[in-house]
Design a binder for this molecule. Structure first.
Ligand SMILES: Cc1cc2nc3c(=O)[nH]c(=O)nc-3n(C[C@H](O)[C@H](O)[C@H](O)COP(=O)(O)OP(=O)(O)OC[C@H]3O[C@@H](n4cnc5c(N)ncnc54)[C@H](O)[C@@H]3O)c2cc1C
Length: 298
C-alpha cells in the first residue's frame, strides 16, 4: 500500500483507484484517474491537504464534474471529490450546504422550507461547491445573489471562512477561481417565498431547458462565456457552424453554445472544435470567445 492509501485508510477517508473519468464527467470524456478520495468533512480535508503538502502530492478538487474536460491521458494527481460533504441544514433563516450537495437538492430544500431565490439553480447539474467556484447562474439568477459565507480549506490546510463581499463574484468567477482552495461548505441567505410559486417557476425553467438544450447527449453545458453584447450560441450559429463536427464532438444542432459528445469523442476532438469555433467567430465577427469550460491537466 502506498503512503497515500495508507493515510486515507488510517483517516477513514474512502478512496477508489484507477477510476474512469469518462464515467465520472458529464462530457463522458477522459482517461483514468489514478486515485480519487472522498473526505467527509473540512477537518478531514484539512488533514489530507497538510499530508499532501508534506509529501509533495498534487491534488485537484471536483464536485460533479459537469464543467470540465479531462485529458485522454488521465489524471495522476489525487482527485478530491466532494460527494461525501453532503449535509444540508437550516437555522435562523440561513441555509448551510456541504460543498458536494447537488444544486437540485439544495434548491428544492430551500423551496420546501418556504424560501425563494434559488429556483434558478435547480436545473444546473453541478454541486454547491462547484457552483460557488464558478458563480454558476441561469435565467437571471446566480450564486452571488444568495451566498452569505463559505467555508474552505486553503492551500496550507487551514480551515477558513469568508463572508459575502470577500467572494469577489463576477461573471462565472469567484475568489476561489484564482487559488488552490477546497470549498467545504456554503451558507445561503434567501427571502421568504411561496412554495407553489417557486415550484411553478422551477417547472417553467426546466421546460425552457428541455426545449433549448441538448440534454439527451453528454456535454459540459455552455462551452463559452457570454461575450459582452452578444450570445455565443447565436454567433456560432451565424457562422454556419451548427452541427459542425470534429471526430466525435459536434456543435449541438439544438443550442450552438453547447458542444456534444455524439460519438465517443476524445478531449482532442473537443479542443480542436473549440479552436475552429474561436477562429471562425473572431474572423467573421471580431469577437474573441472565452471558455467557461475548464480544461483539466495534472
Ligand atoms: C447540461 C448542462 C447544463 C448546464 N447549465 C448550466 C447553467 O445553466 N449555468 C451554469 O452556470 N452552468 C451550467 N452548467 C455547467 C456546470 O453544471 C456548472 O458550472 C456547475 O456549477 C459546475 O459544478 P460541478 O460541481 O460539476 O463542478 P466541477 O465540474 O466538478 O468543477 C468545475 C470547477 O470548479 C472547481 N471545483 C468544484 N468543486 C470545488 C470545490 N468544492 N472546491 C474548490 N473547487 C471546486 C473544479 O476544480 C473545477 O475547476 C451546465 C452543465 C451541463 C452539463
Amino acid at each position: 500500500m502506498s503512503v497515500l492509501t495508507e493515510f486515507l485508510t488510517d483517516q477513514g477517508i474512502e478512496y477508489r483507484l484507477n477510476v474512469s473519468l469518462k464515467e465520472l464527467s458529464s462530457f463522458k470524456i477522459g482517461g483514468n484517474a489514478e486515485i480519487i478520495c472522498y473526505p467527509k468533512s473540512a477537518n478531514k480535508t484539512s488533514l489530507l491537504i497538510k499530508f499532501c503538502n508534506e509529501r509533495n502530492i498534487k491534488y485537484l478538487p471536483f464536485g460533479k464534474c459537469s464543467n470540465v474536460l479531462f485529458p485522454e491521458s488521465g489524471i495522476k494527481s489525487l482527485i478530491i471529490k466532494t460527494d461525501k460533504m453532503n449535509s444540508t441544514g437550516f437555522e435562523n433563516g440561513l441555509f448551510s450546504f456541504g460543498s458536494g450537495v447537488m444544486l437540485a437538492k439544495a434548491s428544492k430544500y430551500t423551496i420546501d422550507n418556504g424560501y425563494k431565490g434559488m429556483e434558478f439553480a435547480y436545473g444546473i447539474p453541478g454541486s454547491v461547491g462547484g457552483a460557488v467556484y464558478m458563480n454558476a447562474g441561469a435565467y437571471g439568477g446566480e450564486m452571488s445573489q444568495c451566498v452569505e459565507k463559505t467555508e474552505y480549506v486553503d492551500s496550507t490546510g487551514n480551515i477558513c471562512v469568508i463572508e459575502k463581499d470577500k467572494h469577489d463574484f463576477s461573471y462565472r468567477h469567484s475568489f476561489f477561481s484564482d487559488g488552490r482552495y477546497v470549498i467545504t461548505k456554503t451558507f445561503v441567505k434567501l427571502e421568504k417565498g411561496d412554495v407553489d410559486s417557486s415550484l411553478q417557476l422551477v417547472e417553467q425553467l426546466q421546460n425552457l431547458r428541455k426545449t433549448k438544450q441538448p440534454l439527451d447527449m453528454p456535454s459540459a453545458g455552455s462551452v463559452f462565456k457570454r461575450p459582452e453584447g452578444y450570445y455565443a450560441g447565436k454567433l456560432i450559429e451565424d457562422c454556419g457552424l451548427k452541427g459542425y463536427k470534429v471526430g466525435g464532438a459536434m456543435v449541438s444542432t439544438k443550442h450552438c453554445g453547447f458542444i456534444v459528445n455524439f460519438n465517443n469523442a476524445k478531449s482532442e476532438d473537443v479542443k480542436k472544435l473549440i479552436s475552429v469555433i474561436k477562429d471562425t467567430v473572431l474572423e467573421k465577427y471580431g469577437v474573441k470567445l472565452e471558455c467557461e469550460l475548464k480544461f483539466i491537466e495534472d
